[in-house]
Design a protein around this ligand. Structure first.
Ligand code: ATP
Length: 501
């Protein structure tokens, strides 16, 4: 455990923060910390499932309610400095009597010179009753940095008397970024049990397990993908831009020394099915870093402050995993309603503000890729230059782009041949998006298979094209609306101009 973390907790106690909410699931780790900072202090403990607990031996003493327990220990602080340790009591924090008792303890601690009691609430779920907002300080344990991860692995190896080479050590330490001490030890145990040693091959296991932990946290999702920049047909301006940023990203150290700013991220706005998600994946592959998706809707909680807390955790987790691409899909849905009146949208407005501040101030290597269709309801602050490095508009593919997209999908399925007349296809596919074109290729190949045709011809493709309803016909109004909104903002086209229409 980091020394500075303990010091920080101790300084909260010294500064009379009466209720400290420790947001953590691992009681053993927290107990150890409290023991260190509470030298000579009287400990009393209550656990939601077991009632009163002996803090030292952990043996249950008596079953009772939290209210009864608090009444019992309320006045201890006059005789000795006391730490009241409450575990997993977040549900009880909705009880008005419990709230009143905690408030009384907090006020006595603050205003009475002869009373010294600090309450520690330890739970993986944060519930802050409105009435106690001013008395509660939320304390979160920072995730271990690389240096600390290395020492956790070294301790582990020493305990089991196994040797790990420096090379392996440094290599696997990086893969553990974003996990806490407990999780790191769990994975090390698993890797050790697998073969009785830890080596480079365990990296895969670590990454798999890490994915599980991150998934379970419910805040972020690691996205697996195979797509590269070569899978994108067209969008040449956007691809050139990304390629330039990739140069900076893969030489960050020297670029920063030279005076280059760390790339912050891009916003890609545009027509559905035209390669926005594809670009998010290709960015991660180009930068050679993991792709992590943030779903803002999943951060919304039902308690006061819970959503903001979740957002903070998610952003912190992304920093811990960094360098990474943080992909926020359909960002317009996440932050729709910002600035309007009403209960739900208040929370969204706060989350939005929190996210903007983080983006504005961030100096880390989390590269944001935000994607959106309809930005007519997006708060204008979001689109202001300076938040993102650049805003790109992805339009329906032009003629040359349609040709390239068809080629890419034919080649992917090993069905491309030089006799296919691209120019004829360009004329036939006016108004098609990338997803339509992919569907045309798939359909043609399936038909050819069923009909026993080996080589795809232009006519085969045209037949499928004519059977496909393009997005321009099915989503006519939506497309017109997107175009209208885009015409009003300063945004770069993702595609290079094309003469063929
Ligand atoms: P939405 O707004 O509906 O989420 P999107 O712009 O994110 O759409 P993608 O998911 O990237 O669209 O594209 C859907 C599919 O269409 C992709 O899997 C890809 O196969 C194909 N596609 C779209 N655009 C292109 C393109 N420019 N080049 C190659 N394939 C493309």
């Amino acid at each position: 455990m980091q020394k500075s973390t303990e010091n920080m907790l101790a300084s909260y106690v010294d500064a009379l923060h009466p209720i400290i909410y420790v947001n953590h699931f691992d009681f053993v780790v927290i107990d150890e910390m409290l023991r260190k900072i509470g030298n000579g202090v009287k400990f009393v403990e209550y656990n939601n499932a077991l009632g009163i607990i002996d803090f030292d031996t952990k043996s249950p003493q008596m079953e009772c309610t939290l209210e009864q327990f608090l009444k019992l220990v309320l006045d201890n602080g006059y005789e000795h400095e006391t730490f009241i340790v409450l575990k997993d009591v977040h549900k009880e924090l909705e009880d008005t009597k419990v709230i009143a008792l905690l408030k009384r303890i907090a006020e006595d601690n603050l205003y009475r010179d002869d009373y010294h009691t600090t309450v520690f609430i330890i739970s993986a779920t944060t519930v802050i009753p409105h009435e106690l907002e001013n008395y509660i300080t939320v304390f979160e344990l920072p995730l271990p940095e690389e240096r600390e991860i290395i020492s956790i692995i070294k301790d582990f190896a020493r305990d089991l008397e196994i040797s790990i080479s420096d090379n392996v050590l440094n290599n696997i330490a990086l893969s553990f970024k974003g996990l806490n001490e407990f999780q790191i030890k769990q994975i090390l145990n698993l890797a050790y049990q697998d073969g009785g040693y830890i080596d480079e091959d365990d990296k895969l296991l670590i990454l798999k397990e890490k994915e599980q932990f991150i998934k379970k946290s419910g805040m972020l999702e690691i996205v697996n993908f195979r797509e590269t920049i070569d899978d994108i047909g067209g969008l040449e301006n956007l691809k050139d831009w990304l390629q330039r940023k990739a140069k900076v990203f893969s030489n960050l150290d020297s670029a920063m020394k030279f005076g280059v700013d760390v790339p912050k991220g891009i916003m890609i706005i545009g027509m559905p099915g035209c390669g926005k998600s594809l670009t998010a994946k290709a960015t991660a592959s180009l930068f050679e870093i993991p792709l992590v998706r943030l779903d803002v809707g999943r951060l919304l909680g039902k308690y006061v402050g819970e959503s903001e807390q979740n957002m903070r955790k998610a952003l912190k987790l992304s920093e811990a995993i960094s360098p990474c691409v943080l992909w926020i899909d359909e960002i317009e849905k996440a932050f729709a309603g910002v600035g309007t009146d009403g209960g739900g949208s208040d929370v969204t407005t706060r989350l939005f503000g929190q996210f903007l501040t983080w983006m504005q101030e961030k100096e880390n290597t989390v590269f944001i890729v935000a994607t959106a269709n309809d930005i007519s309801r997006m708060p204008p602050e979001f689109l202001r230059k300076g938040r993102f490095d650049e805003l790109f508009f992805v339009d329906l593919p032009n003629g040359e782009e349609r040709r390239k997209i068809i080629d890419i999908h034919l080649k992917k399925r090993k069905k491309w041949n030089k006799d296919i007349d691209s120019i004829a296809l360009i004329k036939e596919t006016e108004g098609f998006n990338g997803a339509d074109l992919e569907a045309v290729v798939k359909d043609t190949i399936e038909r050819a298979y069923i009909e026993g045709i080996d080589t795809i011809s232009t006519d085969d493709l045209i037949k499928s094209i004519r059977d496909t309803k393009s997005i321009s016909s099915t989503l006519k109004e939506k497309i017109a609306q997107i175009k209208d909104t885009i015409s009003k903002i300063d945004i770069k086209p993702a595609s290079k101009a094309d003469g063929r229409g």
